[in-house]
Design a protein around this ligand. Structure first.
Ligand code: PNS
Length: 153
């Protein structure tokens, strides 16, 4: 079984994430959305449990997608899949590339059987991020079209 791990902090999950999840679910037999800590984002808006709950709510429509969480290295988490797994990441602008390229190389160094594949964003999600969604929410902006309807409240 071909498994894709789609890791991220998902604080919160956006329509851009969901687009990558949907497309990945058509390529791989199984997709595991893994909610992980990002050492650079030490004060998430939502607790880990809340982020898991929000993600589960929006991926429930995909029969081969599940949500998990892991508090450690992604390279170690991937080892928990006996048949192997690949990491899938979404790429928006070039500004994502350098960091993602670095993480892909580090993960491969830490776990040589682990590869990373990238899906390019669809253009309407190019400038969408969890951070901008949080800022919009802070000012009371309408979040329709940015995050899944099921989690706007
Ligand atoms: O959505 P994000 O915040 O860009 O996702 C980043 C994330 C969580 C995938 C990344 O920080 C991560 O892989 N964290 C787990 C710890 C790890 O393996 N770090 C990379 C190698 S040091």
């Amino acid at each position: 079984m071909k498994t894709a791990i789609y890791p991220g902090s998902f604080d919160p999950i956006t329509l851009g994430h969901l687009n990558i999840i949907r497309r990945t679910s058509t390529i791989f037999d199984r997709v595991v959305v893994c909610i992980m800590p990002n050492a650079g984002k030490i004060h998430p808006m939502f607790t880990r449990e809340e982020r898991v709950e929000l993600a589960r709510r929006v991926v429930s429509r995909f029969p081969n997608v599940e949500v998990d969480t892991f508090d450690g290295l992604l390279a170690e988490y991937a080892k928990t899949f006996p048949d192997g797994a690949v990491i899938v990441k979404g790429l928006r602008a070039m500004s994502d590339f350098e960091r993602e390229f670095q993480m892909a190389l580090i993960n491969h160094k830490l776990n040589p059987s682990l590869d990373t594949m990238f899906l390019t964003t669809e253009h309407q999600f190019m400038y969408l991020s969890s951070s901008i969604v949080k800022e919009m929410a802070h000012y009371g902006a309408d979040l329709h079209g940015f995050v899944p309807d099921a989690i706007i409240d």
